[in-house]
Design a protein around this ligand. Structure first.
Ligand code: AMP
Length: 216
């Protein structure tokens, strides 16, 4: 099963993708995580995208398409994938269609997570993640079960993203409205677009997604 999670920054795409990865054995393909890994490794690509990412703008389509094509090519063992943060522009959506057609793969669902924009700022401001395994948490809504210890890997170091600053979040929301929202009609026309209420609590959103995927 191959699915896309779509929604503005802070909608909970990463959190739900990790859930689906564990529950259904699908591989999470997050272009944001891939770019952050490139930056951490100090690669030429990482250095190239650093300033654009921290400002909250989108990285160019050719870089992103190249990055995701390699990952889709390299997938083995998983029962399918969850795209999280890709595609984010119409040219990316079109490139994805070409990649899938070449591999004889299809998209089973594109799930839009709708959210109230005012709440997003608060959600994003409280986000942090485990420096070791990337598990995501929130100061108010999703704290680790044991204070200061990651539920998943037991790590004790946590990080906050530079682009979660309010100035960068405003630019990211604008990029979503201007560049990403136009792909919704693209998928609606294909008959694969479904919507869940991203404002519900994490388990409820998860249940709504599983119901769509026929796994409830
Ligand atoms: P995310 O973790 O999905 O919020 O992505 C973090 C940042 O990485 C974005 O604000 C962009 O700068 C960049 N990025 C991630 N995915 C894409 C994409 N599909 N297209 C363009 N830029 C992206």
């Amino acid at each position: 099963m191959n699915i896309i999670l779509l929604g503005p920054p802070g909608a909970g795409k990463g959190t739900q993708a990790k859930r689906l990865e564990e529950k259904l054995g699908l591989a999470q393909l997050s272009t944001g995580d891939m770019l952050r890994a490139e930056r951490k490794s100090g690669s030429a690509l990482g250095r190239k995208v650093q300033a654009v990412m921290d400002a909250g703008q989108l990285v160019s389509d050719d870089i992103i398409i190249e990055l995701i094509a390699q990952r889709i090519d390299g997938l083995t063992g998983a029962k399918g994938f969850i795209l999280d943060g890709f595609p984010r522009t119409v040219p990316q959506a079109e490139a994805l269609d070409r990649m899938l057609a070449e591999k004889g793969l299809k998209l089973d669902a594109v799930i839009e997570m709708t959210v109230d924009e005012a709440a997003l700022i608060e959600r994003i401001a409280g986000r942090f993640s485990c420096a070791g395994c990337g598990a995501s948490y929130h100061d108010s809504f999703n704290r680790p079960k044991r204070e200061g210890v990651c539920d998943v890997c037991g790590g004790k170091e946590f990080v906050r993203r530079a682009d979660d600053r309010p100035e960068a979040v405003k630019i990211r929301l604008e990029a979503y409205r201007q560049q990403t929202a136009p792909i919704l009609p693209y998928y609606r026309a294909k008959g694969v677009l479904r919507t869940v209420d991203g404002m519900a609590d994490i388990d409820e959103v998860g249940r709504q997604i599983e119901a769509i995927l026929g796994r409830a």
